[in-house]
Design a protein around this ligand. Structure first.
Ligand code: FES
Ligand code: FES
Length: 156
């Protein structure tokens, strides 16, 4: 089947998609957008988080066919042509990235948390990111990165 949807602000067409194929697979394999990661493909790790019509979803749990005519924003879509998003910058500056496999999902989930205009507490951050699994960092630097991004976003 053919799927036409907007991805990161551009109209995209994916051909030869199997009816049972996930959005994650469509993005990675049909549209050559490898930002969202496929760590578990069972909705358990958060590495594939994207926005679908402005709502945070696990792309591995959404059928590609469900995105016909809709809008998807991935980690790649948060940056502009010449600048990273403050959340992306904060993850780099705080040293919150090791292997990086969890990072795209964490960045999108953090963006979702902070776009609600909050200065979250550490407990609120932990709760918001509870579905995102990182095997490398021990989470402390991720929490630091979220606080840093919150500061930056509130001062803009
Ligand atoms: S790959 Fe989708 S939640 Fe893990
Ligand atoms: S940095 Fe490796 S899984 Fe999080």
């Amino acid at each position: 089947m053919r799927i036409t949807c907007t991805v990161n602000g551009r109209l995209r067409v994916a051909d030869d998609v199997w009816e049972g194929e996930s959005l994650l697979n469509v993005l990675r394999e049909h549209l050559d957008l490898p930002g969202s990661k496929n760590a578990c493909v069972h909705g358990e790790c958060g590495s594939c988080s994207v926005y679908l019509d402005g709502r945070l979803v696990s792309a591995c749990l959404v059928l590609g066919a469900q995105t016909e005519g809709r809008e998807v924003v991935m980690v790649e879509g948060l940056a502009t042509h010449d600048a990273l998003h403050p959340v992306q910058e904060a993850f780099i500056e705080a040293g919150a990235v090791q292997c990086g496999f969890c990072t795209p999902g964490l960045v999108v989930a953090t963006h979702d948390l902070l776009s609600r205009g909050s200065q979250p507490t550490t407990m609120q951050i932990r709760e918001a990111l509870a579905g995102d699994i990182c095997r490398c960092t021990g989470y402390a630097k991720i929490i630091d990165a979220v606080h840093l991004a919150a500061e930056r976003m509130s001062s803009r």
